[in-house]
Write a protein that binds this ligand. Sequence first.
Ligand SMILES: [Zn+2]
Length: 316
Amino acid sequence: MNRYFSFGPERKKGFSLIELFMVLLITAVLAGAVLLNMGIGTNAARAKKCAALRKQIEMAEQFYMFEHDSLPADFQSLVDAGYLERMPECPSGGELFWMAESDDAAFKRVGCTVHLPGNAVEPEEPEQSALFDTPLSDPSILGDMIFVSGSESNWTVTEDGLLVDPDSHHDQVLFRGTEGTDYRITLEATLLSGQGPYGYGIVYRGTIDENGRLDAYRFQFDPGAGKKFLFKLVTGTYSEPTIASVNMPKDFDVNAPHTVTVEVSGNTHTAYVDGVEVLSVTDDTYESGMVGLRKWDVSNPEAEVLFEDLVVETLP
Ligand SMILES: [Zn+2]
């Protein structure tokens, strides 16, 4: 409730509190002004003036808190909201900051690098933003798909995720909005069936030319190539030299649901399967591009893959 415009006893209480703050504020301003007018240029006077300033800011904070029910984001918001006439400046050129040790709900104590040093409030880590996090069970996903030349087959959205048409040999797609350089790609997928050389993969740093040809990296979940995990270099869609490979662990169940993660930062590419690092390689052929998926079955187009979830997060 906005206390300024409420009626009854609450309104009275609100005003009396504000009045109290006003008195304290004016007192602080006067104290500062008196010191200033006395013109005492000593270090001690400057320290006192700085202390008065800091007190003034702390009171303005409480004022702000009283009206907004939250602490101000910075000193400038105190000025903007009219609680401070101007940005406060330490007379000795110290920098004013919020002290970490007083970071409680009531108000934040103000420190000064010259007169009251201490630990500053750590700026909050910006939340990790996902570049792409559309559920693959959302039909709108079809609108985000960019097909690589020759692989415009049917991808069906089911309530479990994206199901790839089992009647085609080679399906490859990129997703709009995944353009990036350094990112972590996490895929949940299940290889439901397949024969011969088959499997699925994560395409990344992919670009498509005007003819729909793809340049990209690809991490492959490749039971068809002797049960291997592979990093490949895709050039013009088809030339696919392997740049690193490792055998799948013995007894690895290729048809179980798996979490496949690729992290690429600079020229370092690392793959994880079910949270365990399986393969790492350095290569700097492609710098940036989109993320996508691939499913293939060379000799018998029966491989059916369910892509359940794909998340792309930007790495710092
Ligand atoms: Zn100071």
